[in-house]
Structure formats: structure tokens, C-alpha cells
Design a protein around this ligand. Structure first.
Ligand code: ZN
Length: 324
């Protein structure tokens, strides 16, 4: 585990808290994210709301906050009529807003000497190629035959460079749906010699495989071989599968494990809405978070449809047992 993460996990008493659904909370604050850029549209129109969401998660007890760049891509911004420099500037802004929130919150915490908080880390979010396509392939992992590993690397390269140079503590590759993309990302981290430690989290719809149907084990083998990858895990996956996934990962990796599932609701990519298949609220997250720590997770949080109240419950559950 990279030193900075190790230190945070230790300070948090063995399990650090990641924030919750970012787009979800932006929407709750009144932002319109029904947009091909999704939450990243707010980088153009409502940056103050982005900072507000970060503040709410810090207040709720998050030790790691994830930037608003999940669906912020250079081609996405260019298609919106922005210039290349403007697009790159918005990527840097996403990290900057999270850092400002972290620094302001930390200053105010020091003044009020609330011992429950740690100085949070900022993770720069990078969503999958499928998230950019916004066509449902984010959860199917099927990119079609014309998408090669080189094409994926070219898609990710510049954004990765810009975000890594914007001063985050971590890079968070989120909801990676297939093995080709996981491998392309590992190769890219090496090729670009990225010095910021990364996490790579997969998404799963069945708890046994990546969304593509490929095995976790094959992908973990690729991640295990890279020193650039500090943390592996799953996000935006139904919470009922997470305990089993952690136990499975434990057998196949020595890297730290991060889990931040969604609420259990299912995204209907065509209809662009959440289907309430099985929804887990903050009460269940509080119980589940403890089990996830016991099973071996070092970082626990929430993804889509989880909120600051979910994260407060997770933080209270983990930190009270860890004597914080
Ligand atoms: Zn999500």
C-alpha cells in the first residue's frame, strides 16, 4: 500500500471511510445532471455545488473524497464547444475544488478540535470509457470489436496526465467493467510513469465477475503485477455481494481493498433512471460496513444513490468500534 494510504488507514483505526454518491448528492442539491457529461456538467455551470457536496461528505466523516471528474473527459468537453485548454482547465478545477474543500474543512476542524476527523485525501476520479460513451456499456463492459487496448489508452492518456499533475493524493479509476480496460490502465500508468498512487475498482452486477462476465482473478493478476496500483476493489456494485467479493479478493491479492457499493438500485441505461430492485439504506450500510471491515476491506464508502447520511452511518460504525 502506498505510504500515504497506509498512514490514513492506520489513523482511521484500520479502515478508512470513502465518500458516497457524488452525482447523487449534486442532484439532491438541485443540480441538473441529465446531461451527456453527467455530474461533470456542473464543472461548467455550478462549481460551487461541487464544493458543497465535498464539504457535506467531509462533515459526514469521509477520509477520502473523490473529485467530480468521473465523466469529465476531454472529448466530452470538446463536443460541448470548449477549447482544449478550457477542457484541461476544468479537469484541474475538479481536483482543485476537492482540495479547497479538504483544506478549508481541515482548518475549521483543527480550530474546533473535533478529534473524530482525519485530514482527508483527495482522489482524482477517472471513469471508464463506457462512462464517456454513456450508452450503458459502463455496466455491460461490451465496447464492441473496434475498441482495442491502444484506443483505450489513447482515450485515457491526456486526462490521466492532467489529473495526476493537478495535485491529488490518489487517482481513482472507478467502475472499470472489463479486463481489456484494466490492463490498458495498468500499462498506461507504467508508460506515463505516474507517481500518484492509484486505485482500480471494478463494477460487477452479479458479485462473481466484472460487468463483462470476466473473472476478478484474471484482472487482479494484472493489477497485482503493478506497483503503481496501491488499492484494488469494487464500486457501484450491489451491496449484498460485497462481503463475498472481499473474501474472494483476499485470496487473490495482497493489495489493500476498497469497497464502495451503490444502494442496490439498478441503473437502467436506456431509460436513464434507477430501478428500485433492492435498496439498502443507511441502517444496513452501518451493519454491512462492519462486516466488510472484518472480511478485510481497508477502505469503505458508498457509490451511486448513497448520500452523506449513509457515509455518516458508515463512519460512526467503523470509527466507534476502532475507538475513535
Ligand atoms: Zn456509482
Amino acid at each position: 500500500m502506498a505510504g500515504v494510504v497506509e498512514e490514513l488507514v492506520k489513523k482511521a483505526g484500520g479502515c478508512a471511510v470513502i465518500d458516497g454518491g457524488f452525482a447523487t448528492q449534486l442532484e439532491a442539491l438541485g443540480a441538473d445532471i441529465n446531461d451527456s457529461l453527467w455530474s461533470a456538467a456542473c464543472l461548467i455551470t455550478k462549481p460551487h455545488l461541487i464544493k458543497e457536496v465535498h464539504m457535506q461528505y467531509l462533515e459526514a466523516g469521509a477520509d477520502v473524497i473523490i473529485s467530480s471528474s468521473y465523466q469529465a473527459t476531454i472529448p466530452g468537453f470538446l463536443a460541448r464547444g470548449l477549447l482544449l485548454e478550457e477542457a484541461e482547465g476544468l479537469l484541474r478545477t475538479s481536483v482543485q475544488l476537492a482540495r479547497e474543500a479538504r483544506d478549508e474543512f481541515w482548518k475549521s476542524t483543527l480550530r474546533s478540535s473535533k478529534p473524530v476527523y482525519n485530514r482527508a485525501l483527495v482522489a482524482a476520479s477517472i471513469g471508464s470509457y463506457g462512462a464517456y460513451l454513456a450508452d450503458g456499456s459502463e455496466y455491460s463492459g461490451s465496447y464492441g470489436d473496434d475498441v482495442t487496448s491502444e484506443k483505450l489508452k489513447d482515450f485515457h492518456r491526456r486526462r490521466l496526465q492532467v489529473l495526476a499533475n493537478a495535485g491529488p493524493d490518489l487517482i481513482a479509476f472507478e467502475a472499470i467493467p472489463n479486463k481489456m480496460e484494466a490492463k490498458a490502465l495498468v500499462e498506461l500508468l507504467e508508460e506515463e510513469n505516474i507517481q500518484v498512487p492509484s486505485w482500480i475498482c471494478f463494477s460487477s452486477v452479479d458479485g462473481k465477475h466484472l460487468c463483462s462476465g470476466e473473472s476478478f482473478g484474471d484482472c487482479l493478476e494484472i493489477l497485482n503485477a503493478s506497483e503503481k496500483v496501491a488499492i484494488v476493489g469494487v464500486n457501484c456494485t450491489p451491496p449484498q455481494f460485497v462481503e463475498g467479493i472481499i473474501r474472494d479478493f483476499k485470496k487473490q491479492t495482497k493489495k489493500a481493498i476498497a469497497v464502495y457499493p451503490n444502494s442496490g438500485e439498478v441503473w437502467d441505461g436506456r431509460a436513464k433512471r434507477w430501478l428500485p430492485v433492492e435498496c439498502f439504506g443507511r441502517k444496513s450500510f452501518d451493519v454491512m460496513a462492519r462486516r466488510w471491515q472484518e472480511a478485510g476491506a481497508s477502505l469503505v464508502g458508498g457509490c451511486c444513490r448513497t448520500t452523506p447520511s449513509t457515509i455518516r452511518a458508515v463512519s460512526n460504525a467503523l470509527k466507534s468500534r476502532n475507538g475513535q
